[in-house]
Design a protein around this ligand. Structure first.
Ligand SMILES: [Zn+2]
Length: 296
C-alpha cells in the first residue's frame, strides 16, 4: 500500500511507496554483463513470468503470445493502481522504430485503460524511454497510475499555443514559450474540452503519426549533432484532466543543483527556434546547436 503524506507548508504531497525499492534495475547495471542475463518478462513467450495481464490489443488468450500491446499490473506499484503498457512484443523497438499502426495500438491501450479507471481518480499515463529518463526496464513500455481525486497534482496547466510545429485536423503540436527543457514539445487537441479518454479511433490514428514523427525528428536532431554523451532519452506524459495535452521532454541536458535549489529551469534553446528545427527547417540549426554545446 502507498501512503500519501502532505507537506503542510508547500501544499505538496509525497507518496511513500517502499515496495518500489525491490524493483529490478535492468538497464543501469554494468554488473549485469557479468551476471547471467535473466529473461525479459515483457517479451513475447515469457507471458507467464510477468504479473497479471489486464488488457491486450491483438489476438491470443490471456498470458499467451499473439498480442500486439499487452497491459499488466505493476509488481512494484507507486500507487494502488499502477499498470505497465508493453509497447510491442519486440524487445528493441521504441516508438520511433515501430509501425505507425503499432503506435496507434499503444495509444488505444492508453485510452481503454484510462476509460476503465476514470471514475476512480486521476489517471496519469507516462513513458520513460532510456536510462537517463528513468527507465528501469529496457523493453519499451509506458506506465499508468491512478491518483486519488483529493490529491492535488502540480501538473502544468495547458500552455498557450505558440511556435507551432504541426497543425492537422484534430491536433496542434508546438513548443510552448514557457518550455522548461530544450526542444520540449507538446501535442494538444484543437477541441481542448475533453480528456484523453474521449478521443475517437480516427483521432488516435492521427495522433500516432504526430507522436512518432516528433520523436523521430528529436532523435534526428540529437544524433546528427552529437549534443552530449547522454544516450537519446525522453519522457512524455498525458495530462490527466480536462484541456489535456501530451508533453514530450527530451533529455538532452542534465538538471543540476541550480534547478533543484531554486525550482527555476534554465532552457538554453529558444522554443521558437526549437519549433523551426522540429519542422525540419534546418537553416537555423547550426546557430541553435552551437549555443547548446557551449552550455553543457
Ligand atoms: Zn523484452
Amino acid at each position: 500500500m502507498s501512503k500519501y503524506v502532505p507537506d503542510i507548508i508547500s501544499h505538496r504531497w509525497v507518496i511513500i511507496a517502499s515496495s518500489r525499492l525491490s524493483r529490478p534495475e535492468e538497464v543501469s547495471s554494468k554488473k549485469q554483463k557479468k551476471t547471467k542475463k535473466k529473461p525479459c518478462v515483457f517479451c513475447e513467450n515469457n507471458e507467464k513470468l510477468s504479473s497479471t495481464e489486464v488488457y491486450r490489443v491483438g489476438k491470443g488468450k490471456i498470458n499467451e503470445p499473439g498480442w500486439k500491446v499487452r497491459v499488466i499490473s505493476n509488481k512494484y506499484p507507486i500507487t494502488d493502481y499502477h499498470e505497465i503498457v508493453i509497447h510491442s512484443p519486440d524487445h528493441e523497438k521504441n516508438i520511433e522504430d515501430l509501425s505507425k499502426q503499432q503506435v496507434g495500438h499503444i495509444l488505444l491501450a492508453y485510452r481503454e485503460r484510462f476509460r476503465f479507471y476514470r471514475k476512480l481518480g486521476q489517471v496519469l499515463i507516462f513513458c520513460n524511454n532510456g536510462e537517463q529518463a528513468g527507465a528501469s526496464m529496457q523493453h519499451p513500455h509506458s506506465q499508468l497510475v491512478v491518483i486519488p481525486s483529493q490529491i492535488n497534482l502540480d501538473t502544468l496547466a495547458k500552455e498557450p499555443i505558440n511556435n507551432v510545429v504541426s497543425d492537422t485536423e484534430s491536433f496542434i503540436s508546438y513548443c510552448p514559450d514557457f518550455s522548461q527543457w530544450p526542444y520540449e514539445v507538446w501535442i494538444a487537441p484543437k477541441d481542448g474540452t475533453g480528456k484523453y479518454a474521449d478521443l475517437t479511433d480516427t483521432q488516435l490514428e492521427e495522433m500516432a503519426e504526430i507522436l512518432q514523427g516528433l520523436i523521430k525528428q528529436l532523435k534526428k536532431i540529437y544524433t546528427s549533432h552529437k549534443i552530449s554523451n547522454i544516450p537519446f532519452a525522453y519522457n512524455y506524459y498525458i495530462y490527466p484532466g480536462h484541456n489535456w495535452y501530451l508533453r514530450i521532454i527530451p533529455r538532452f541536458v542534465y538538471r543540476a543543483g541550480f534547478e533543484l535549489g531554486t525550482g527555476l529551469n534554465v532552457n538554453v534553446v529558444d522554443p521558437s527556434e526549437a519549433a523551426l528545427e522540429l519542422r525540419g527547417i534546418e537553416s537555423k540549426i547550426i546557430g541553435v546547436l552551437s549555443k547548446l554545446k557551449g552550455k553543457i
